[in-house]
Design a protein around this ligand. Structure first.
Ligand code: ATP
Ligand code: MG
Length: 394
């Protein structure tokens, strides 16, 4: 008897003409995600994707990998019987042995309508059989055990326990976005939210090395490698900000430093985005969380870019962001101490109500284009892949 994993999608059903393409992407992502785990084949069925396991031992690892694949609404470990209800009875009697449940339902579905018994009748026949076999009663609304029977053309799939996925859309269907990744708690969560919506994310990190140590770089490398398990391949751009910061410190009032740091970060990020045909920038900002995140300062910072800046966490409380960071697994890395570029030469009382006119006047003394060009020239690009087959070069 073969063991399968059956994957169900939710939103993909709503995508009309794009559905075949979305499904192909999901199949492909599942193939990459489960590489090296003992999955023999990934195949597309009617409104579902199946994975054929080489043996039962592969299941725990496959379960973890499928769990992290966006576009998966729920999935099941599944068994099979030949397309004959007597065969289903025989398999059920083996599978149900040792399972304890007081109530159950049968959820039959004929993907192949040529099967001579209609779904309703399968429900009734198999319901009577399981009732006799186990003594459990039928409960259609809140059963202890839901027994799914999916009639495919060559076999009937039999599965019980549902595992919830993240849902969303398969990574790759929504295009490339460029996320500003700080090493803090918020930005990895923001990037992950966009992956959940089908975007591939490239990362940009600004550091002040060698003015400070490499700790923020090390964290961001770890975070990028970790987040890559949700999108299989990532690019990280490491941009030196130190020289820009020195110029800002020499020529502008302390209260405006963070706003200028941020405006430069935006300019460089936008250029990195454009070069790779990425259509939007993503940040982990949340309204009012810190001085640079007042509406006035967001407006002054956004004024330098000509592409959408997506802020998926704008309405989140810190606690809510932490909950997501814990659930997705970035929290423990994010809270490691580091020397972040934005904490360098920051005044006690930063401007929280900047206006663009003043910002532009103060900034006019800086050689903006040269500084941006220099930062881009000195940017280091690193590539990541997941699942990692070989240790990455240091
Ligand atoms: P985070 O937890 O993501 O660091 P935060 O609450 O510390 O956020 P800020 O430090 O003001 O807030 O940063 C706001 C956003 O700006 C971050 O979420 C990130 O998208 C971007 N950002 C900040 N610092 C950097 C950096 N060094 N490199 C890249 N992006 C950064
Ligand atoms: Mg931060």
């Amino acid at each position: 008897m073969k063991t399968y994993v059956i994957v169900k999608t939710h939103e993909l059903a709503l995508k009309g003409n794009n559905r075949p393409w979305f499904m192909r992407r999901l199949v492909n992502n599942l193939r990459v995600a489960t590489k090296g785990t003992g999955v023999e084949r990934v195949w597309q069925g009617h409104m579902m994707v199946g994975l054929t396991l080489s043996d039962e031992d592969a299941w725990p690892e496959v379960r973890d990998r499928v769990q992290d694949c966006f576009g998966v609404a729920k999935f099941f470990k599944s068994y099979t019987a030949p397309p004959d209800l007597d065969e289903v009875r025989a398999v059920l009697s083996v599978l149900l042995e040792g399972r304890s449940f007081n109530s159950f339902r049968i959820t039959a579905n004929r993907a192949d309508k040529r099967f001579p018994v209609k779904s309703d009748q399968i429900n009734r026949d198999m319901g009577a059989y399981v009732k006799d076999l186990t003594g459990a009663r039928v409960d259609l609304t809140h059963p202890d055990l839901n027994i799914h029977l999916d009639v495919q053309s060559k076999e009937i799939l039999i599965y019980f326990d549902e595992i919830k996925g993240y849902g969303g859309l398969p990574v790759g269907v929504s295009g490339l976005v460029t996320a500003m990744l700080s090493g803090g708690i918020d930005s990895p969560v923001a990037a992950w939210q966009l992956m959940k919506r089908g975007c591939t994310v490239q990362f940009v990190h600004f550091h002040s090395y060698p003015l400070v140590d490499m700790s923020s770089i090390e964290k961001v490398v770890d975070l990028t490698q970790y987040l890559t398990k949700f999108q299989y391949g990532s690019v990280l751009h490491l941009v030196p900000l130190g020289d820009i910061q020195k110029q800002i410190i020499l020529s502008t009032p302390p209260a405006y430093r963070v706003i200028f740091y941020r405006r430069f970060m935006m300019r460089v990020t936008e250029e990195i985005a454009r070069r790779r045909k990425s259509k939007a920038i993503v940040t982990g900002e949340s309204c009012g969380q810190v001085a640079s995140q007042t509406l006035e300062n967001i407006a002054s910072i956004d004024a330098v870019v000509n592409m959408p800046v997506l802020r998926p966490l704008i309405g989140f409380n810190k606690e809510e962001i932490i909950d997501v960071a814990r659930a997705l697994g970035t929290y423990t890395t994010s809270i490691l101490p580091d020397q972040d570029c934005c904490s360098l030469f920051v005044p006690k009382h930063p401007e929280t109500r900047s206006d663009l006119e003043t910002v532009l006047k103060l900034e006019s003394v800086l050689p903006v284009d040269d500084l941006v060009a220099m930062a881009l020239e000195n940017t280091e690009v690193r590539e990541f892949s997941s699942p990692v087959e070989e240790p990455l070069p240091a």
